[in-house]
Design a protein around this ligand. Structure first.
Ligand code: IPE
Ligand code: IPE
Ligand code: MG
Length: 233
């Protein structure tokens, strides 16, 4: 790895879609309205990323810590994901064979209907050229523990990086080149903590429901000016 000049367009981008609640509060709306507006912003952003030949997009939809929120908000988010999946994602996958969806996270605590919709969407979308991974009930620490325990169950006595990576939810995907966080917070919030070891970060102050494809394209442009050194010179 001797060329440390500008980075090419990223192949794998992950997004922390943050700021829905603040967007609603600023408008004196219920936080759930912010989540509805946030869901509306997703399709255009995904389309723009795929058009730029980003082959893997990971979206942080619900964290293992988000269960701490009021019950009504959690259940509104879950219903929204269910509706978005059935009304938008599944029809899109059916009409465009290039699109694949997969879920990362522990789906077992989800309602049966939602879990089955996730599994159905994954089943009908194997092998697409462009993959969207949805992090749902996802936590980086939980993922690492899950991977370690799975490796132990399979008989591993010592775990190296390859073994661990092979047991992560993201095993079929490259590590993110670029992680975009909207809403201005400067933290990972337990997102892809193993995979992001050498990811580039772009933090956008805009709240997720206000995000346009142009904002995301600007982040890709910013990425191309980064020099990734991976610890080298
Ligand atoms: C992100 O927006 C969506 C989820 C966590 C599900 P937030 O709901 O965290 O919005 P803010 O950060 O409170 O504005
Ligand atoms: C991260 O946002 C999770 C998602 C965007 C789904 P949070 O709003 O949960 O993160 P914190 O609580 O501000 O760290
Ligand atoms: Mg937030």
């Amino acid at each position: 790895m001797s060329d440390f000049s500008k980075s090419a367009t990223p192949n794998s981008v992950a997004i922390i879609m943050d700021g829905n609640g603040r967007w609603a509060t600023q408008r004196s709306l219920d936080r759930c309205e912010g989540h509805i507006a946030g869901a509306r912003a997703i399709s255009a952003v995904l389309r723009a990323l795929f058009e730029k030949e980003v082959h893997f997009v990971t979206l942080y939809a619900f964290s293992t810590e988000n269960w701490k929120r009021p019950r009504a908000e959690v259940s509104a988010i879950m219903s929204l994901i269910y509706r978005y999946l059935n009304d938008t994602v599944i029809p899109e996958i059916k009409s465009d064979a290039r699109l694949s969806i997969r879920f990362i996270g522990d789906l077992t605590p989800l309602d049966k209907e939602l879990r089955e919709s996730c599994e159905y969407a994954e089943k009908i979308s194997r092998g697409g050229e462009y993959t969207c991974a949805v992090a749902l009930n996802y936590g980086g620490r939980a993922e690492i523990l899950h991977a370690v325990n799975e490796a132990i169950r399979e008989g591993a006595t010592a775990i190296d990086e390859q073994t661990l990576s092979r047991h992560l939810y993201t095993r079929a995907m490259p590590d993110p080149d670029l992680i975009i966080r909207t809403g201005g917070e400067l933290r990972t919030s337990n997102f892809l903590i193993w995979q992001s070891a050498y990811s580039e970060y772009v933090i956008l102050d805009k709240l997720w429901p206000d995000i346009t494809p142009e904002d995301i394209i600007s982040s890709l442009d910013e990425y191309t000016h980064r020099k990734r050194r991976y610890g080298g010179l």
